[in-house]
Design a protein around this ligand. Structure first.
Ligand code: ADP
Ligand code: MG
Ligand code: MG
Length: 918
């Protein structure tokens, strides 16, 4: 049998269903589901889907089609004609169709759609008859077809790249504007049938002039032109850049949907709209949406007129004067409301739907799982668990790490926000706060951001060509468009701060400035947006973190906590960091760096003492300096262990090479010389002695302790004494002493002798029997992973220092990688920066070997990770899979690591189930 390339839907039946997204694309699969599923059978205009296989064929066969396609399309078209009792191209009773794109994953606005296909000079009279004599409507539909077709098929798909503002659509829009101007009218709806007829004529002439070809006034030619244009749009510039950003593979291809036209622009009993089964901006569990009376679908998405709210829950300061659909068409609203309820129950998730009302009849044109921002995602999950719509496992899988990240993002400090007046208000399309310098084009946004500037992209309205600029910007502000406009949709998908429909703003693109009620803001001026409220402020307002009051977040994290297996610890050097991380549910500290106390606030005194120690020449001198330093180290460690009461705290012994701490300023050097009673010459000589050619691979970590055992001894004593004191205070300290930069078990044996001796001394001094603790090592040198079995005979725990392990495993200096990494990524030599996400193939293999051999050397060896990777979701999944006990990351990444750890468990289960079924 010939391969099936075309799937029909409509009339209560469908060849496909929702599970066939790979073949039918998201739109096609859901149209089939809505039309044909026994629980739905919704009013979907009949049509058919050309599969993604056709697209794949098209690109691998020099843009041609499989030979069976034509016949299959004809057959499918015939059955639509039967259902509709109309004929494509028939002068007296014509069928019109739309040609719509639809990839596996939705790519809002990135690909093309052509409406009203099949309308020609010949079929116009027939459509007028169908429309009850409404000529105006028919010529409006015709001018839309001509506009869309010339833009999408004749220009874009043909690969023509017009100069800025000279695209055919822009040129035709200007023709239309002139006509409106002549009439002295503003809205498209003021144009009469005669005006539109005239406009269509002018359009055709202009098209011939500009593109050198006639607009094809033949139905079949239009249909195949449309189909080809959709396939071509898969490889359009903006679709490609969107795929890059979203990580959608080029091989997928798009499907094409051909569907009977229904008209929302047949008069005041017609309308079109977009809605969500819940509010995608904040998760509010109410039907939410916008609609336009007497308009075709594209008008809502393009943000041409301000749409009206469908109900009171959808009202904003912006549109509250407009009549709701609930009021304007109560019966239809009720029907729509019931349908959206059914859809949500059917899909168990929030749905984004497109509908059109033709002369008082409701049609469903699209549904899909709706994009939402982070706060909304978490809220919906928690609500849906309560409503028993989903299980907690499903909830955990549904929130992406980056959505969770949004909840952890800064907001404008309310204190400052309260004392500032917004210069403009708009719709809150993307949450959180952001400050930046104004830019007016996407290209500028990209260029400025490259220079390290923070920018806010201000546009009249955004279009798909702007995506890269939107990406580069901190936030987006548009003058036009509603909550379902392009800018809002894209920003929401990314969780980016965004305000749309800020109608007080008048953008003067050429002058690189904007006017707001007599005030002017220029390119480069700072503004601050509150995307949660829709307020825009002048200047740069201070930000703060919003996590404290969010109980929903805490509940969600608790659920993650019940599923995950990995422990989640934090990297913290201060009691403040430690308690912040505790709030997020960190279960210990995976890395406390002793050296942090020599940097930043309050470090003067300890740093001076450390320097004294470093510059000391004799054991005696050094011991004196160390004695002075001891109380500082002990106090610091004690505070942090106390904050983690009962949870383990991994304390790393001094790690960096000593010369890092030698002062550079003359004044500090003189002070040091005086204190040590030596002259400047001698001081310089000693400092120079510390100089190394390759300090990162030099005299550091355990090597310091091997040459200066008294330095390690002091730190170990500080750890045990701090713990002993805490025990006396009734606390439960649990330090884990970690020796860094180890490559051989003998280094550890050397240190274990010191540790044992001091442990005994401290127990005796405080008169206690034991201090719960562990002695272990960081695994960060490739050799250590290979001899891990031996190392584990001494080490009671391993903590993978994946920053250094990556550095030394690749032989890439992390500090110098900027010189070549971009080229490596561009050429695809590396898939991504290995310092961001663990290189599983190479460095991951070292980790696996290290764990395997380590556990051979010691049963039950505790294994964790403390590099930056501990907060990267994919790396967390890897850590779970290789059997680590915990990951450790910065306090702000703790929630993300927790979610990733829970998802790793669930994904693993899923994979196992799939394997079992096979
Ligand atoms: P996108 O994927 O960019 O949203 P769509 O294929 O959904 O593109 O089409 C764009 C607009 O055209 C939508 O608003 C949709 O409602 C409208 N539209 C598409 N097909 C039809 C049709 N058969 N009848 C009426 N309106 C349609
Ligand atoms: Mg759509
Ligand atoms: Mg290191």
């Amino acid at each position: 049998m010939a391969k099936k390339y075309v799937y029909s839907f409509g009339g209560g039946k469908a060849d496909g269903n929702e599970s066939m997204k790979n073949l039918l694309g998201g739109k096609g699969a859901n149209l089939a589901e809505m039309a044909g599923h026994k629980d739905l059978k919704l009013p979907v205009p009949p049509g058919f889907t050309l599969t993604t296989d056709v697209c794949v064929y098209y690109y691998s066969n020099k843009r041609s089609y499989p030979k069976e396609l034509k016949e299959q399309v004809n057959k499918a078209l015939l059955s639509v004609e039967k259902l509709m009792e109309r004929k494509f191209g028939d002068p007296s009773n014509p069928l019109l169709v739309s040609v719509r794109s639809g990839a596996r994953k939705s790519m809002p606005g990135m690909m093309e759609t052509v409406l009203n296909v099949g309308l020609t000079e010949k079929t116009i009279p027939g459509l007028i008859k169908q429309a009850g004599g409404n000529e105006r409507f028919v010529y409006d539909a015709y001018r839309r077809l001509i506009m869309m077709y010339s833009d999408v098929v004749m220009e874009k798909a043909a690969g023509i790249e017009p100069k800025e503002d000279m695209g055919i659509r822009k040129q035709l829009e200007r023709i239309m504007d002139e006509s409106k101007h002549k009439r002295g009218s503003k809205a498209d709806t003021d144009l009469t049938a005669e005006d539109l007829k005239d406009i269509c004529k002018k359009f055709k002439i202009r098209i011939k002039e500009v593109l050198g070809k006639e607009f094809p006034d033949e139905p079949m030619q239009q249909l195949w032109g449309g189909i080809g244009a959709v396939f071509a749009s898969w490889n359009g510039k903006r679709a490609i850049s969107y795929r890059r950003i979203e990580g959608i593979p080029d091989e997928w291809g798009t499907a094409v949907n051909v569907q009977t036209m229904v008209f929302g622009n047949m008069g005041n009993d017609s309308a079109t709209g977009v809605a969500f089964t819940r509010n995608p901006g904040n998760g509010d569990p109410h039907f939410y949406g916008e609609y336009l009376i007497n308009a075709q679908g594209e008008d809502v998405v393009a943000g041409i007129r301000t749409p009206a709210p469908i109900n009171t829950f959808s009202q904003s300061t912006h549109n509250k004067e407009l009549v709701t659909l609930e009021k304007a068409m109560p019966k239809i609203y009720k029907e729509l409301f019931a349908i959206q309820e059914r859809l949500e129950r059917h899909y168990h998730d929030m749905q984004d739907i497109e509908f059109t009302i033709e002369k008082g009849r409701l049609f469903m044109l699209q549904c899909r799982v709706g994009k939402r921002n982070g706060p909304a995602a978490v809220r919906m999950c928690m609500d849906m668990i309560k409503e028993k719509l989903i299980k907690k496992e499903e909830a955990v899988l549904r929130v992406t790490p980056s959505q969770l990240d949004e909840l952890l993002h800064p907001i404008i400090d309310p204190k400052f926000e309260a004392s500032n007046k917004p210069f403009a208000k708009g719709l809150p399309a993307g949450p959180g706060g952001a400050s930046g310098q104004i830019v007016f084009t996407a290209a500028d946004a990209v260029a400025w951001a490259k220079e390290g500037k923070k920018v806010i992209l201000v546009r009249e309205e955004t279009n798909p060509e702007d995506v890269e600029g939107m990406r580069a910007a901190q936030a987006i502000l548009t003058a036009r468009g509603g909550m379902t406009s392009h800018a809002a949709l894209v920003a929401r998908g990314w969780g980016k701060c965004c305000i749309v429909g800020c109608s007080a703003i008048h953008v003067d693109l050429a002058g690189r400035k904007m006017n707001i009620d007599g005030k002017t803001l220029k390119e480069g001026d700072w503004i601050t947006l509150n995307g949660t409220k829709g307020n825009a402020y002048e200047g740069q307002l201070p930000m703060m973190d919003a996590t404290k009051e969010n109980s929903m977040l805490m509940d969600f994290l608790k659920i993650c906590g019940t599923i995950k297996k990995l422990g989640i610890r934090t990297n913290a050097d201060t009691p403040e960091d430690a308690s912040k991380a505790r709030q997020f549910g960190a279960e210990g500290i995976g890395l406390f760096r002793t050296e942090h106390m020599f940097y930043g606030k309050g470090s003067d005194e300890p740093l001076f003492l450390l320097r004294k120690m470093i510059i000391s020449n004799t054991l005696d001198e050094r011991k004196k300096a160390i004695e002075g330093l001891f109380p500082y180290v002990k106090k610091d460690i004690k505070g942090t262990i106390a904050a983690m009461d009962g949870f383990p705290v991994v304390i790393r012994l001094l790690d960096p090479p000593l010369h890092e701490f030698v002062p550079r300023e003359q004044e500090k050097l003189e002070q040091l010389a005086k204190e040590l009673n030596i002259n400047m010459e001698e001081l310089t000589r000693r400092a120079n002695n510390l100089h190394e050619s390759n300090p990162m691979m030099g005299h550091r970590g355990v090597r310091l302790g091997v040459t200066y055992p008294e330095v390690s001894a002091m730190q170990i004593r500080a750890i045990f004494e701090a713990s002993a004191e805490l025990i006396k205070e009734g606390k439960k300290p649990y330090p884990e002493i970690m020796v860094p930069v180890v490559c051989d078990v003998k280094e550890l044996e050397d240190h274990l002798v010191i540790a044992k001796q001091i442990y005994a001394e401290v127990l005796a001094k405080y008169g206690i029997k034991t201090i719960k603790h562990m002695f272990g090592t960081m695994i960060e040198i490739p050799r250590a992973t290979l001899v891990a079995d031996k190392i584990a005979t001494v080490a009671q725990f391993f903590s993978f220092g994946t920053n250094d392990l990556t550095q030394m495993g690749f032989g890439f200096s992390r500090d110098d990688i900027g010189g070549f990494l971009p080229e490596y990524l561009k050429k695809g030599i590396l898939p991504e920066d290995p310092f961001q996400s663990i290189d599983q193939e190479g460095i991951g293999e070292l980790i696996k070997i290290g764990i395997e051999r380590g556990r051979k050397g010691r049963k039950g060896l505790e294994v964790g990770i403390c590099g930056e990777h501990g907060g990267d979701p994919r790396s967390v999944e890897f850590c779970h899979n290789v059997g680590m006990d915990y990951v450790s990351c910065s306090p702000f990444r703790v929630p993300i690591a927790k979610l990733a750890a829970a998802q790793a468990v669930l994904k693993n289960k899923k994979n196992k189930n799939i394997k079992k079924k096979k």
